[in-house]
Design a protein around this ligand. Structure first.
Ligand SMILES: C[S@@+](CC[C@H](N)C(=O)[O-])C[C@H]1O[C@@H](n2cnc3c(N)ncnc32)[C@H](O)[C@@H]1O
Length: 380
């Protein structure tokens, strides 16, 4: 993998990596990620506090970094905008949705105009002087003019690193990597985190806030799908390895299925703020607050709450699509390019099918609880 070029020009390896990072399109992502939406909805009080603390400005500019199809955060932004207008604040509002160029921006814009998704959340068409924009440049770079951003927001996106430092030989994710592989991912994530923060520091107005809700590893060592019981990334690895052992995929295809992600610990998140002479503090950023939070898997909860009315097969059929919505591109793009579309689809269906069959046969311990680090950053 090559680094994003400063000029913004794409090359084929960048495009490949962007395909690997993408969520499934046509609204599949937000329709099957109720947990991500719950986690975002819970940040409304934090966002309202951030709004209340902003210094005076003629225009409000907000940004949603790594917004995917916009469906999971639409209710949050809708509540914020409605609250502002209800309070008599009629200032123009610009909101910039950012993601990679491979993102399905078309679904995003249709959602904002009430042509798709929940029309109650189509705040752009409900309020005057609200301007929705899209930006297809990665968030490791500056995306707006200096001193123009009032509130930046990002949910469940900045665990994606800007390049894959190495393939993980015996697992699919850095949480199961060997020590040297894990160190390579940690180094990439540290330099990306600093780049993200410095880019936001340039964009933010003095007094502006950046609210982030990022996947990470909490103080108890928990992370997405690893909160007790079965561990989701170990399950992915086991089912992918079963295809290797059956001869369905090659060893290169097995290794290429490496998530381009790093789950930072709380110490890794706070490190750039610890050094008073470091670039991030010098750029004016202050970490006001960080805490970790578990959002329970809504599919597991619905299964348990049904007290037997929902079968284990129905539970499995609800849980696996939420995992598939964000992970499928990692496995499909690991397959050799000479394979036909149909052949790839059959392998991927069999892969998720075998995981689903395992959950249906014994649902104990299977869940996808979310673990986030929630941060409030201020520009002084
Ligand atoms: C799991 S989705 C989260 C979407 C939404 N924010 C939510 O919480 O439901 C992660 C998103 O981050 C985007 N992403 C990954 N790397 C990115 C980058 N360097 N710049 C911008 N977006 C990125 C992906 O394309 C994807 O849409």
């Amino acid at each position: 993998m090559t680094k994003q070029s400063p000029s913004g020009s794409d090359n084929s390896s960048q495009l490949n990596m962007q395909a690997v990072l993408s969520m499934r399109d046509s609204g599949y992502y937000s329709q099957r990620t109720a947990g991500a939406k719950h986690a975002i909805d819970n940040t409304l009080p934090l966002m309202q506090q951030a709004l209340a603390a902003l210094p005076d400005a003629d225009t409000l500019r907000f940004a949603d970094f790594g917004a995917a199809d916009g469906g999971t955060s639409a209710a949050l932004w809708s509540h914020l905008v409605a609250g502002l207008r209800a309070s008599g604040d009629n200032r123009p509002i610009e909101i910039l949705y950012t993601d990679l160029p491979s993102n399905d921006f078309s679904t995003l814009f249709r959602t904002m105009q009430g042509m798709e998704g929940n029309p109650d959340d189509a705040y752009q068409s409900q309020h005057k002087d609200v301007f929705v924009h899209g930006c297809g440049t990665g968030f490791h770079r500056q995306l707006m003019a200096n001193n123009s951003l009032s509130i930046g927001f990002s949910a469940t996106a900045m665990h994606y690193v800007s390049q894959k430092p190495c393939e993980i030989k015996d697992h699919v994710h850095m949480v199961g990597a060997s020590a040297p592989e894990r160190a390579a991912f940690a180094a990439q994530a540290a330099s990306d985190w600093e780049a993200i923060l410095l880019a936001r520091a340039a964009e933010m107005r003095t007094g502006g806030r950046f609210i982030i809700l990022n996947f990470g590893i909490d103080e108890q060592g928990r992370y997405l799908g690893h909160t007790g019981g079965q561990s989701m990334f170990d399950q992915f690895t086991a089912h992918w390895r079963a295809h290797l052992e059956a001869g369905t995929i090659t060893s290169e295809e097995f290794e290429r299925a490496t998530f381009v992600q790093h789950y930072r610990t709380v110490d890794e998140f706070t490190a750039p703020f610890d050094d008073a002479n470091g670039a991030v503090r010098q750029a004016g950023l202050k970490l006001n607050n960080i805490r970790t939070h578990l959002t329970p898997c809504p599919y597991r909860k619905a299964f348990l709450d049904s007290h037997g009315a929902m079968s284990s097969a129905e539970f499995a059929a609800s849980l696996i699509p939420t995992m598939r919505s964000w992970s499928e591109t990692v496995f499909s793009s690991a397959l050799n390019s000479h394979r036909s579309h149909e052949e790839k689809a059959a392998i991927i269906d069999a892969f998720y099918g075998s995981y689903e069959a395992e959950v249906a046969a014994n649902p104990d311990g299977h869940a996808m609880d979310y673990i986030h680090a929630i941060m409030e950053i201020e520009k002084r």
